[in-house]
Design a protein around this ligand. Structure first.
Ligand code: MN
Length: 131
C-alpha cells in the first residue's frame, strides 16, 4: 500500500504542449502505478487534446467548467461538471474545453496512451450535440 500526498507547496503545474492544442495544465494525482495514471487536467477555453487512444480505456470525471468530448466518426458532445465518461480501450477520441468555458477534469488513464494527429480547427468547430 502507498499513500500519495496531496498537492505540496513546491509542486509546479506542468504546461502540456506536446500533444495538446492551446493552453493546458496538468497536475499529477497518482503517478503511473500498476498501469494506472491519474491527473487533474485544466483546459483553457478553446484548448484540447490531440486525437488519441488508451490501451485499457480511460475514465474522465469533470470537476469544474464544461467542455467537449468526441469519438472518431461522431460529433463532439458536451460534458459538464459532475459528468463522468468511460472511454473504452482503443477508442480514438479527443477531449477539451469548449469555446466559452474552461474545463477541469480528473483523468484516470489505464495502460499506455497512443497519441495521433492534432484535432483540426474544422473538426473542433463542429457543432456539439447535447448529451
Ligand atoms: Mn483520453
Amino acid at each position: 500500500m502507498k499513500i500519495i500526498p496531496g498537492r505540496a507547496e513546491d509542486v509546479v503545474s506542468e504546461n502540456r504542449t506536446a500533444t495538446f492544442t492551446g493552453t493546458v495544465w496538468g497536475d499529477p494525482v497518482l503517478p503511473a502505478t500498476d498501469g494506472v495514471t491519474i491527473n487533474n487536467v485544466f483546459f483553457a477555453p478553446g484548448s484540447r487534446t490531440y486525437w488519441h487512444e488508451h490501451e485499457h480505456g480511460q475514465i474522465l470525471h469533470v470537476t469544474a467548467g464544461s467542455g467537449l468530448i468526441c469519438a472518431f466518426g461522431q460529433s463532439p458532445r458536451v460534458i459538464r461538471a459532475g459528468d463522468t465518461v468511460w472511454v473504452p480501450p482503443g477508442e480514438r477520441h479527443w477531449h477539451g474545453a469548449g469555446g466559452q468555458s474552461y474545463l477541469l477534469h480528473l483523468a484516470v488513464s489505464l495502460g499506455s496512451t497512443h497519441w495521433l494527429d492534432e484535432v483540426s480547427e474544422n473538426d473542433y468547430a463542429t457543432t456539439p450535440a447535447e448529451g
